[in-house]
Design a protein around this ligand. Sequence first.
Ligand code: BG6
Length: 482
Amino acid sequence: MLREDFLWGGAVAAHQIEGGWQEGGKGISIADVMTAGDVNTARRITDGVMPGENYPNHEATDFYHHYKEDIALLAEMGFKCFRTSIAWTRIYPNGDEEEPNAEGLKFYDDLFDECKKYGIEPVVTLSHFEMPYNFYKKYNGFANRKSIELFERYARTCFEHFKGKVKIWMTFNEINNQTDWHSDHHSMQDSGFKVSESENMEKAMYQAALYELVASARAVKMAHEIDPENKVGCMLAFCPIYPYSCNPRDIMEATSAMQKRYWFGDVHARGFIPEYIQAYWKRMGFGEMDITEQDLIDLSQGTVDYIGFSYYMSFVTKWKEGNDGYIYKEWEDLVSNPFVEKTAWGWAVDPEGLRYALNWLYDRYHLPMFIVENGMGAYDKVEEDGSIKDTYRVDYLKKHIKAMKAAVDEDGVDLMGYTPWAAIDIVSASTGEMDKRYGFVHVNKNNAGEGDMSRSKKDSFYWYKNVIATNGEDLESYAPKD
Ligand code: BG6
């Protein structure tokens, strides 16, 4: 059985829903300079906002103006919590002002008050792929030690200002995505710098991650000092990396790959830099990394209270002849899993992998687990009567909820909540599309930007409402439609 106080809800991120990119004194963020792409076309990062380009996050789903209507819909589904992020650029438009932007703080005051009105607990990420563009331009983001101080300032403002309103926090969304360091996409989203501009790209990624982990640890410590009620988690993109076969070489290749992707979690939760990753840096001849005695103290004092993670898919890796050092390059070393199906975007659908993830993480850290994202991007069809029969979404979520319940009931995992992605339709982070849909609530807007932004309930809305009402016991029925 899931806990009585299980946090059922849904997740979104500021840049993917809010829009209002120039309202309320907001500054330009990394997401504001990312163009639209699609399943075959990568998003581009332009040098500032350029005329004639299409930037889907500028308007997104206009949550900035629709939030009351949207929160009412989530309340109708029975949400216990709502995961979103604060856009750093609403609070510090350029990332380095001395004083915060009062209008930005007010927007989130109003939003969190609206949640509280319905008894919905806000679950808030401080940095979800939306660092100030100026933070990149002027400082080179987390490639610069100065970033720690700037992030601390932002985090302190949030913890002090929203004290009492927000108690469940996360620092950096999917911090470990930058394991895939061969392009600027993840380094810009996760760390606010272009890894391609570095002399040694891999080393630069690790150094930026270290500064970010120190900033995170300082924020966790600060959050506890400001309000002992605060719970702060990490946020890992968890894609288990399976060995392709029982060939011992494949097993070791997968072990090494898991270390590269999850050393971030070890630092967050255990408070020290694991030996295996330090040995790897040495082996790669990276030389000294910039990490001080004080940084190490901060890491040990700022360990997280729970493990937040997203789960969408699993990966598989296979050893290649000659790779005796088990060097893992995520963009070259993954192979297809013949045992699982894939979404239209090629993401492996593997519910059992969620049970594996919960076991792996819980065995390692013995901290409460929080699944803060899980879902399937799909093309939805609006029928003539306006209904959306998204049975594939229900099917995906049902299988994953069953796997998560098995981890709790049969494997003893302590799970505090589940917030599927996404509460409502959003702009996709990887492709910038609207038509890669995840929500229980449909937003009438397509890839071309057409539509009146009206909201409507998909069939999954009624299904999830019943799941919440029965604390996950009934995964088959739908609440009555209105
Ligand atoms: C996670 C991110 O990577 O996956 C979200 O935290 C993102 O921001 C989600 O939207 C789904 O990915 P995508 O690329 O399909 O939007």
